[in-house]
Structure formats: structure tokens, C-alpha cells
Design a protein around this ligand. Structure first.
Ligand SMILES: *Cc1c(COP(=O)(O)O)cnc(C)c1O
Length: 405
């Protein structure tokens, strides 16, 4: 078989363009906002955090938003807000970031890992039912919109025998994801976002928990700062009281005003950044569609929702050595990554988490195929073309060698 590569522009030599895997863009406005806060005399949780919370809640269409130090801490706090008995079962996808499962363990709960559909990278009602059949009724569940692709949360919750108020959404990839025409953020008990350096709204570090439940929001607001009934900012306001009580266990997981001020400035850029991410995904789709050996990421039907394109995870055909492709791309100046090593393959979780008796065939199959290529708003069309040309070149050599063997 000869490999004809028609979709990839040949004019750009792959070697001429450096393409890092990730990019943390802190806009000029965000830099100035940080400086303004640094000079203001108040740098930790205060009025910038309150402002960011209000603006973020509005952006995702939720009643309340509580800013936290990370998405991981947000997930732990959200699970703690359910006040479940220690050791209660919490379902989670095995195809996720380890931190999201650490949060379950740190909340004193027991993670039950759920296999995924290799097509979408996410659990299905059937894999959820397998886990429930094996280990019993869970008390809660976390759902990740993997790569930014909308998961069918109501169907997964129903399969788990849970109401949506006992579902925590891991929205680390899902700023900009829509379920139908509704932005992710208000559907479930709590939705947790990440502002980590590589995420769609980068601040370096930080997170946000959104909910429509006023009582939960109030609980989270105290629990993120030692469980204190009044935070420092309010205590130091004129007329503020020095008195406070601690009524429940809390974490130190508040956000600084420096991050929040940056967040407010970054949020204004977000619609344009999301637009660019969709453009990049479409260009990759066009250039890679005809490429032998490469499968495109799953895309939602338009009625299902909108993809946030946090990641663009391509699938390498069976028999293609992913590590060899990664090394060949790196040699051509192109950074890639893999999202994720399935949680059940990590020693600690293999030991502490429950894994259904049938194992995780969907995740194991998918894992070997996964390769995330660069996607971020400042990626240029030239860089996208360079990535695709390099992939075509690597695959072509690989295929011709296979033939010779
Ligand atoms: C990045 C990420 C997290 C953790 O976010 P932090 O803000 O770094 O804690 C959680 N879940 C998923 C799926 C992620 O990709």
C-alpha cells in the first residue's frame, strides 16, 4: 500500500517551526490587574475574589461560585459538602487526572473506578452499571467532560442510581463546554473548574466551584478557609468583628485577590479564545481526516452540546508505537502529551480503589492509542500545519517501513 497524503500542505518543512505542547498566556490586562492588586495593600481573598466569583457564576449560568486554590481542592470540598459517612463509595472515570481521584480519597471516601468507551474516552451507562453491580450502590459520583467533550451527565447519574445533586462535575477541561445549549456549571450538586497554567482560562493555579444551591455555596465558602464563619477580609472591614466560630472541618484552599483580579481580566478574553480553539480543532480535523493511521477525537452531535477543545487527543492505529511517534515529533520540535494514564494503572490507585472484575478493557485499549497534540489560542495556522506535516511524515515512514518488513 502506498500512503497518499493529500490534505497536508507540503510547503512548510516540519523542521522549521517549533511547537511547544502547551502555552500559558497571561494577557497584558491580567498582568496589570495583578500589579494593581499587589500595590493595593490587600493581596489575599477579598473584593477581587468576590468580583471574580460573581462574574464567573454569570459566565457559566450558575447561581453561586466559590473560588478555591485548585480544581482538586474544589472536588474535595464539593464531596465533603455532601457530608457522607467515611468510606462511602464514589464512582469516577478511570480515564482522568490522578488529582481528581486523590480528592475522593482525601475526602475520606472510597473511589470506584469506571471503565470508558474507547470512542469517547468517557464512561457509559453500561460501564457505570457494571461498577454498581460489582460494588453496590454509590453515594456520589464525579463526572469529567473529558478533553472538553460534553458527557451525558443525567444518563450516567441515572445508571448510578444517583440524583444530580450527588454528582460532582470535574469541569477542569470544560470551561466553554455546553450540554445542549446550556453551559456546564449549574446542572449538578457542584461543578469544579481549574485555572491551572495549561487550562482554557489560565491563571497559573486556581479553581472555582459553581452550584445553584445557596446552602452548599455557603458551606463551601467557609470550608475553603479553615471552616471559619467569617473570613479575614470581612473581619478587617470597618465595623467588622474579630469574632468567628469554626463549626466544621475546613481546608486552606482559598484564592488570592491577585489570582482573582487576573481571572476577571482573563475571563474577558475567554470567548475569543474559545472561538480560536474551535477553529484550531476544525483545521486539525481537515488536515488529519485523510491521514492513514490516525483517528480524530470524538465530536459531539450539535444537539448534544459544544466541545470546549481543551485537548485534541488523536488516536494512533493499533500497531503504531506511540512512544516512537512522540520521540519523532519531539525531534522535529513538536511537543505532545498523553491524557491520561488510566488511574487504575497507577500503583497507589490500583491498591486503594475498587476496579470492576472485568478490568478496564475500554480504557486500556484507548490509552495505547492516545496522543494529545498542541491546542491553545496562540497556536498559529502555520504551527498547526507543521504539526500535521510532521505527523504525516512520521506516519509515512512508519507505514513504508512496515511494508518493507
Ligand atoms: C487539571 C485537571 C484537574 C486538576 O486541576 P487543578 O486545578 O490542577 O487541581 C482535575 N481534573 C482534570 C481532568 C484535570 O485535567
Amino acid at each position: 500500500m502506498t500512503t497518499r497524503i493529500t490534505a497536508v500542505p507540503r510547503a512548510i518543512p516540519a523542521e522549521s517551526v517549533e511547537v511547544p505542547f502547551a502555552d500559558c498566556y497571561i494577557s497584558a490586562e491580567a498582568q496589570m490587574a495583578a500589579l494593581r492588586v499587589l500595590r493595593s495593600g490587600w493581596v489575599t481573598t477579598g473584593k477581587e475574589v468576590a468580583g471574580f466569583e460573581a462574574e464567573f457564576a454569570e459566565y457559566v449560568g450558575a447561581e453561586h461560585a466559590v473560588a478555591v486554590s485548585s480544581c482538586t481542592q474544589g472536588i474535595e470540598l464539593a464531596l465533603r459538602s455532601f457530608e457522607l459517612p467515611t468510606g462511602s463509595l464514589v464512582l469516577t472515570s478511570t480515564m482522568t487526572f490522578c488529582g481528581a481521584v486523590q480528592a475522593i480519597a482525601h475526602a475520606g471516601l472510597h473511589p470506584v473506578l469506571v471503565d470508558v468507551d474507547p470512542e469517547t474516552g468517557m464512561p457509559t451507562p453500561a460501564t457505570v452499571r457494571d461498577a454498581v453491580r460489582a460494588f453496590g450502590q454509590p453515594a456520589a459520583m464525579t463526572v469529567v467532560h473529558w478533553a472538553g467533550d460534553p458527557a451525558d451527565v443525567p444518563a450516567l447519574a441515572e445508571a448510578a442510581g444517583l440524583t444530580l445533586d450527588h454528582v460532582v462535575v470535574d469541569a477542569a477541561h470544560a470551561i466553554g463546554t455546553y450540554s445542549g445549549s446550556t453551559p456546564i456549571g449549574s446542572e449538578c450538586g457542584a461543578t469544579c473548574f481549574s485555572f491551572y497554567a495549561t487550562k482554557n482560562l489560565p491563571l497559573g493555579e486556581g479553581g472555582m466551584v459553581t452550584t445553584d444551591d445557596a446552602e452548599r455555596a455557603g458551606w463551601l465558602r467557609q470550608a475553603r478557609l479553615h471552616g471559619m464563619t467569617a473570613d479575614a477580609w470581612r473581619r478587617y472591614l470597618p465595623g467588622g468583628s474579630w469574632r468567628y466560630n469554626v463549626a466544621a472541618a475546613g481546608l486552606k484552599a482559598n484564592m488570592t485577590d491577585i489570582q482573582a483580579a487576573m481571572g476577571r481580566a482573563q475571563l474577558r478574553h475567554l470567548p475569543a479564545w474559545q472561538y480560536r480553539r474551535a477553529q484550531i480543532a476544525a483545521r486539525y480535523d481537515d488536515l488529519l481526516a485523510a491521514q492513514p493511521g490516525i483517528g480524530l477525537p470524538h465530536r459531539p452531535e450539535s444537539a448534544t452540546g459544544t466541545h470546549a477543545w481543551h485537548l485534541y487527543p488523536i488516536r494512533l492505529a493499533t500497531g503504531i508505537e506511540r512512544d516512537e511517534v512522540i520521540a519523532e515529533l519531539a525531534r522535529r520540535g513538536i511537543g505532545t502529551s498523553v491524557h491520561f494514564i488510566p488511574v487504575h494503572q497507577l500503583t497507589y490507585f490500583g491498591r486503594i480503589a475498587s476496579i470492576p472484575p472485568g478490568g478496564m478493557p475500554g480504557a486500556d485499549t484507548l490509552f495505547d492509542q492516545l496522543l494529545s497534540v498542541p491546542i491553545y489560542p496562540r497556536l498559529t495556522d502555520g504551527q498547526i500545519d507543521a504539526v500535521c506535516a510532521a505527523l504525516a511524515d512520521v506516519m509515512h515512514r512508519r507505514f513504508s517501513r512496515k511494508e518493507a518488513e
